[in-house]
Write a new protein. Structure first.
Length: 311
């Protein structure tokens, strides 16, 4: 017991203790160590809310990425079910403004503005199909909107801005929509292959990656559709021979795209006849590639029987 009291006896405020308890000196004569560099706290680049299906658009400036994105979202929201922002996600105010602009402008024929450089605009959404089959389930979709100028940076062995690198390096399910336009495809064959090389360097096996090549602005061909699958195959083989080899070797998907009739009025392009047929095709491809079921899946035998009675 004496030892216990000895260990925990109160502190004596004698002269020695007063010296020990003297406050720190803030004397201005003290010299600051100039040969010491403190380490700052690192800002984490981890991708938050990884439990989603990320959709990454590749394409140079004016390739039509934003037009494709806006029309796909409009199709999903106006024809295929409910599309709404996902709660509790790190979306910025800019992302919400972008989404509102998409929906307000598309029926007025106003094309989307270009995306800001060195920045990824992230749209976290929930899509709930109107198909009543239990196989056709709601899914989370995270669309990544990037500037076309940033994609040019990977030419000749260059690298992406860190904002884009963080998504490509992250361990998240990624779907790639590779966009090149009807009138500039012949100039982008090499760049598309450099992008595919970049994906392989990052450990993404192209034989199993979820990707589609989209030829945008197909209306510039004079038609809103293709006469046959051979026409699209011939265009890709002729204008994008190296890309065609990669696509065919790895069994990747390919399609064409148009938003409808576009006219140039007073130096500004506007849509005067909206066509959502290719938006429907690409949206259905996206959903099926993620879930394994089509948006127009008719249901199991018992579901079809139930639907026939209910109708």
């Amino acid at each position: 017991m004496d030892n216990f009291n000895e260990k925990f006896k109160p502190l004596s405020f004698d002269q020695e203790a007063e010296e020990m308890l003297k406050p720190l000196s803030f004397d201005n004569d003290q010299q600051i160590q100039e040969d010491f560099v403190p380490i700052s706290r690192t800002i984490s680049n981890d991708i938050k809310n990884k439990e989603s299906n990320f959709v990454f658009f590749f394409g140079t400036a004016d390739s039509g990425k934003s037009v494709i994105l806006s029309s796909m979202l409009y199709y999903l929201k106006s024809h295929a079910g409910v599309l709404r922002p996902k709660l509790g996600t790190p979306n910025s105010k800019e992302a919400n403004v972008l989404l509102s602009d998409f929906f307000e402008n598309i029926r007025q024929g106003i094309l989307p503005n270009r995306t800001s450089r060195d920045k990824v605009t992230r749209l976290d959404l929930v899509f709930e199909p109107n198909n009543k089959s239990k196989k056709v389930v709601p899914i989370d979709l995270t669309f990544l909107e990037t500037s076309g100028e940033n994609h040019n940076e990977i030419r000749r062995g260059g690298s992406y801005h860190s904002s884009i690198e963080s998504f490509l390096n992250a361990n998240v399910p990624l779907t790639f929509i590779i966009v090149t336009s009807y009138d500039s495809a012949h100039r982008e064959d090499s760049l598309i292959n450099e992008f595919l090389d970049e994906l392989e360097r990052k450990g993404k096996n192209l034989k199993s990656v979820n990707a589609v090549l989209v030829i945008s602005k197909w209306d510039k061909s004079g038609r809103m559709d293709v006469e046959s699958a051979e026409e699209l195959e011939g265009f890709i083989s002729d204008r994008l021979p190296m890309t065609a080899q990669r696509i065919n070797t790895y069994g990747l998907s390919k399609s064409y795209y148009t938003i409808g009739s576009v006219q140039n009025s007073v130096g500004q392009e506007r849509v005067n006849l909206l066509n959502l047929s290719t938006a429907e095709v690409l949206s259905k491809w996206l959903y099926r590639s993620i879930t394994g079921y089509g948006l127009d899946y008719e249901g199991t035998f018992w579901e079809r029987l139930k639907f026939s009675f209910s109708n």
